[in-house]
Design a protein around this ligand. Structure first.
Ligand code: ATP
Ligand code: MG
Length: 390
């Protein structure tokens, strides 16, 4: 029997739940191509799943291409060209019935130059021209920068030629921050031109994203509509858990589900993970129901499974002062600057810029009464082992 929960990787229904409102906004914008978007959420809130489900919703829309590229897969400008090409040409194939297009195009990456040139001649048009840029690069006639320019101008040309709209989905865009800054001026120039291309960026670090979008005096930041993706609402989370446990043949009381929601803060990844641990445990114990005691045990088990990863994050991602602040917050719950500073025996002015940085990294956020750690599971892990940690 297949487990009713899925942990890791993008998910689709029935493993994907909610996000109706977000999807509607994005879908409407993709259809009308009225603006660029920047979808912001911490890690594991479901950005990739959201983008791929947007794509699913518009799968039957022949005049709208939704190429998807995860910028985590890009090691440099070369990959940018390659993956942009694959995503865009793949969409053209699918939506315009141009079978074999990618197969022919990809010869530019491997085949001998003459053979590749033949393929490109067969393809012709602007796609053929586009491929030739790569061949010129192979022959060292043009630089890497030309590849980047080709990558970003291509969607517009395809849109014009094939009379389609393009909503380009660029997941984890902050990963591109390491690249040459020229990328952003090229992108900015493209975004400035009238065209039927819109970008849907996702990002999980506000600081990096802001740097990218403000770099080179190019206020990209002002050109995109920002969209925050939160955890799942209580309602969505409970509906999901109820439906999934029932699909797995498990009985669960409402209070137990509430407890799962509370412990995970509605963060999709943890909902699924805790769900899975609970389900697995029940199966192994030959039980058909899950109660509060099991949830506590499963939560501890989940923390143990995440321990290595949290440990690495703790040691590598944060400065000593950031760690002190996080440790304080994990104990205080929600707290204001003064309270945190007091707890640490410091002045508010000593920690305010560090707080800002943590907020930009979406590690903490402002609540009604002060700051709190966004990842509630990470916060619980921290609170539990706080004394033994550097
Ligand atoms: N809408 C959703 N409904 C149910 N579960 C979800 C949903 N979105 C995400 N998940 C769960 O969270 C996990 C991570 O989702 P996803 O990879 O889409 O998030 P992400 O924000 O892109 O994460 P990362 O920061 O690792 O790239 C999924 O494997 C799934 O278990
Ligand atoms: Mg992702």
């Amino acid at each position: 029997m297949e487990a009713p929960f899925k942990v890791g990787g993008a998910v689709e229904p029935p493993y994907f739940v909610g996000r109706e409102w977000d999807l509607e906004i994005l879908e409407r914008s993709a259809r009308s191509l009225d603006q660029h978007f920047l979808i912001l959420a911490p890690r594991r809130f479901g950005k990739t799943s959201l983008l791929l489900n947007l794509r699913r919703r518009l799968a039957d829309e022949p005049s709208l291409l939704l190429p998807y590229v995860n910028c985590r897969d890009l090691a440099g400008p070369l990959d940018l060209y390659r993956l942009f090409a694959r995503a865009l040409i793949g969409e053209l194939e699918r939506k315009r019935g141009l079978k074999g297009l990618w197969e022919r195009f990809r010869s530019v990456f491997g085949e001998r130059v003459l053979r590749a040139l033949e393929s490109l001649e067969e393809i012709g048009g602007e796609i053929g021209e586009w491929g030739k840029v790569y061949l010129r690069f192979r022959e060292r006639e043009v630089e890497e920068g030309e590849l980047v320019r080709a990558a970003f101008t291509f969607p517009r040309k395809v849109a014009e030629r094939h009379r389609v709209g393009v909503a380009f989905l660029l997941d984890e865009f902050q990963e591109v921050a390491e690249f040459d800054g020229r990328i952003f001026s090229i992108l900015k120039a493209e975004m400035d031109r009238p065209s039927r291309v819109r970008y849907f960026f996702s990002g999980s670090s506000l600081g990096l994203i802001r740097r990218i979008f403000l770099e080179e005096d190019s206020p990209l930041y002002l050109m995109v509509s920002r969209h925050r993706l939160g955890p799942l609402s209580r309602e969505e989370a409970l509906r999901f858990l109820r439906e999934r446990f029932s699909a797995g043949g498990m009985r669960v009381e409402s209070e137990t589900l509430e407890l799962v929601y509370e412990l995970t803060g509605g963060i999709p990844f943890y909902l699924q993970k805790l769900g899975l641990v609970l389900f697995r445990g029940a199966l192994l114990g030959g039980r058909r129901e899950v109660g509060a005691t099991e949830v506590d045990v499963a939560f501890a088990e989940m923390l143990a499974e995440l321990d290595g990863e949290f440990e690495v994050r703790w040691l590598s991602e944060f400065s000593p002062l950031q760690r002190r602040i996080l440790r304080a917050l994990s104990q205080l719950g929600e707290a204001g600057v003064t309270e945190i500073a007091h707890h640490l025996g410091m002045r508010p002015s000593d920690i305010s810029s560090t707080l800002t940085r943590l907020r930009e990294a979406m590690v903490i956020e402002r609540g009604e009464r002060g700051y709190l750690v966004v990842d509630v599971v990470f916060a619980r892990w921290l609170a539990r082992g706080s004394q033994d940690r550097p």
